[in-house]
Ligand binder design. Structure first.
Ligand code: DX5
Ligand code: ZN
Length: 230
């Protein structure tokens, strides 16, 4: 059984003092730092590129979980591998077919980075499920990619269950991450469905108590995940 990991998203951090923010998240017990990369094309919002990932890498020792919300991940994935991503996730719906998904997962792995694949709430698991063995992580979006602070969509947990059951029946040791609207309550829904990695942006960075918020997510999720043990 996997342990629960909490990945605060810097999207809701104070970028004036980004070093202080990511170090504080690490000291507060974060297991990863989630970096949301947006290109203003795949999603209607712009954030940052490899330069910021490279800077964050120098500030913390926990893994960087980089989430590409960009239209051309094939072109830019290598830059994020070089910048220090430990886990690099792209959206399956940004690519033409499952063959292209498999090829990019393989490319990322060949660079020594753990590959992940994500899908938005309205996209089916069929976009990647046949290539699950090539991935180390699946990210099920529980909000539409693009902005922090949105409301959790519980219906997306059906997809978590599908991925979990395929992973178990195929004997795959894969991380299932839920991203969007995770807090001390919704974390239990995620873990109950089978997710073991939880992204929390505004719930952590929008608070004055990072350790307390990370603990709240971890406790709710750990309890539900254990109850759900298969
Ligand atoms: C949404 C991003 C998420 C987001 C999560 O496009 O991928 O990682 O920052 O933020 P919250 O936890 O505030 O929904
Ligand atoms: Zn994200």
């Amino acid at each position: 059984m996997k342990t629960i990991e909490i990945a605060p998203s810097i999207l809701s951090a104070d970028f004036r003092v980004l070093e202080r923010e990511v170090k504080a998240a690490q000291d507060a017990g974060a297991d990863r730092i989630h970096c949301d990369v947006m290109d203003g094309h795949f999603v209607p919002n712009l954030t940052f590129g490899p330069l910021v990932v490279e800077a964050v890498k120098k500030c913390v020792s926990i893994p960087l979980d980089v989430h590409l919300m960009i239209s051309d991940p094939v072109k830019y994935a290598p830059d994020f591998c070089s910048a220090g991503a430990d886990i690099l996730t792209f959206h399956a719906e940004a690519l033409s077919d499952t063959k292209a998904v498999k090829a990019l997962l393989d490319t990322i792995r060949s660079k020594g980075v753990r590959p992940g694949v994500a899908v938005n709430p309205d996209k089916p698991a069929e976009l990647f499920i046949d290539e699950l063995a090539a991935a180390d992580q699946v990210v099920i979006m529980s909000v539409y990619a693009g902005f922090g602070g949105q409301k959790f969509m519980p219906q997306t947990m059906d997809k978590v269950r599908v991925v979990r059951s395929v992973a178990i029946s195929s004997g795959l040791d894969i991380d299932i991450e839920v991203d969007g609207g995770v807090n001390g309550e919704t974390a239990a829904d995620c873990a109950k469905a089978g997710a073991n990695v939880l992204v929390a942006g505004s719930f952590v960075f929008g608070s004055g108590d990072y350790a307390g918020r990370i603990r709240a997510v971890r406790e709710a999720a750990s309890k539900a995940y254990t109850e759900n043990r298969l």
